[in-house]
Design a protein around this ligand. Structure first.
Ligand SMILES: NC(=O)c1ccc[n+]([C@@H]2O[C@H](COP(=O)([O-])OP(=O)(O)OC[C@H]3O[C@@H](n4cnc5c(N)ncnc54)[C@H](OP(=O)(O)O)[C@@H]3O)[C@@H](O)[C@H]2O)c1
Length: 233
């Protein structure tokens, strides 16, 4: 049995990743905060096939909660085959208008949580000489948006984490891939008047990641950049 660990699965891309990995016979171990949405997802997954599903209520902003989640993962599978650091929140403000507390929150949710979740498994992955870590970054990781300053800074940090981790883990046959999407048609756009049908669709990103995992090549796919064709998004 293969195990995938995903952060932020109650909606959006994370939810789609849970559905597609489960459909491809991965046991899913994942977290978010919305318990009802987690229960609904679990029910939906188990109605399709019997692969195990373990969902936890965790706040990515709280180090002890993410570390406790990682400890639960260890109890279930020692070390997962795939880790997807997907959780994030998007905020908008320019640096001159930004409050330091928001920067701290964005760093915790969008970057530190990835460290807290990934780090406990690195030694096992190195010993096993297999595994794949995906970090869901953003196009703003490399092309920052001045009016989403804290988000851009935290996503830039996540991309650097990805790249430094890749340099180390590739020495041990463990793969590390950064995913850099432009606008994705997810719940994070709820209430915004935008051409969501023309955005990147979550199902396409999930399918691409599964395709990469099925490829036995010793090559590491360093990053995937995926943008809507529509200009301005
Ligand atoms: N949507 C876009 O246009 C876009 C573009 C580029 C990159 N991305 C990246 O793609 C990834 C997925 O984005 P998305 O659009 O799918 O986001 P989304 O629809 O807003 O979903 C975010 C997920 O993360 C969870 N989450 C948020 N804050 C949390 C916290 N403090 N603790 C635990 N869980 C938390 C949410 O669940 P709960 O609220 O239940 O906790 C939800 O399941 C993110 O890394 C995002 O930065 C998105």
């Amino acid at each position: 049995m293969k195990y995938v660990v995903i952060s932020g699965v109650s909606r959006g891309l994370g939810r789609e990743l849970a559905i597609q990995f489960h459909r491809n016979h991965y046991a899913v171990i994942a977290y978010a905060r919305d318990e009802k949405a987690l229960n609904d997802l679990k029910e939906e997954l188990l109605s399709k096939n019997a692969c195990p599903v373990f969902l936890f209520k965790v706040d990515a902003m709280v180090k002890s909660e993410v570390q406790q989640f990682a400890a639960e993962v260890k109890k279930i599978c020692t070390s997962p085959d795939v880790i997807v650091n997907n959780v994030a929140q998007y905020t908008e403000n320019a640096i001159s208008e930004e409050n330091f507390d928001t920067l701290e929150e964005q760093m915790k949710i969008n970057f530190y949580s990835a460290w807290w979740l990934t780090h406990p498994f690195l030694n096992e992955l190195k010993q096993r000489k297999q595994g794949h870590i995906f970090n869901i970054c953003s196009v703003v990781s490399v092309k920052p948006r001045y009016n989403a300053a804290a988000y851009s800074i935290s996503k830039g940090a996540l991309k650097f984490f990805n790249d430094v981790l890749k340099e180390e883990m590739n020495l041990y046959n463990v793969k590390v891939t950064a995913v850099l999407p432009g606008s994705i048609n997810t719940s994070s756009w709820d209430g915004v008047d935008a051409p969501k049908a023309a955005f990147v669709q979550p199902a396409d990103i999930a399918a691409l990641m599964l395709h990469i995992l099925k490829n036995p090549s010793p090559a590491n796919i360093d990053e995937i950049v995926i943008n809507p064709q529509l200009k301005g998004y």
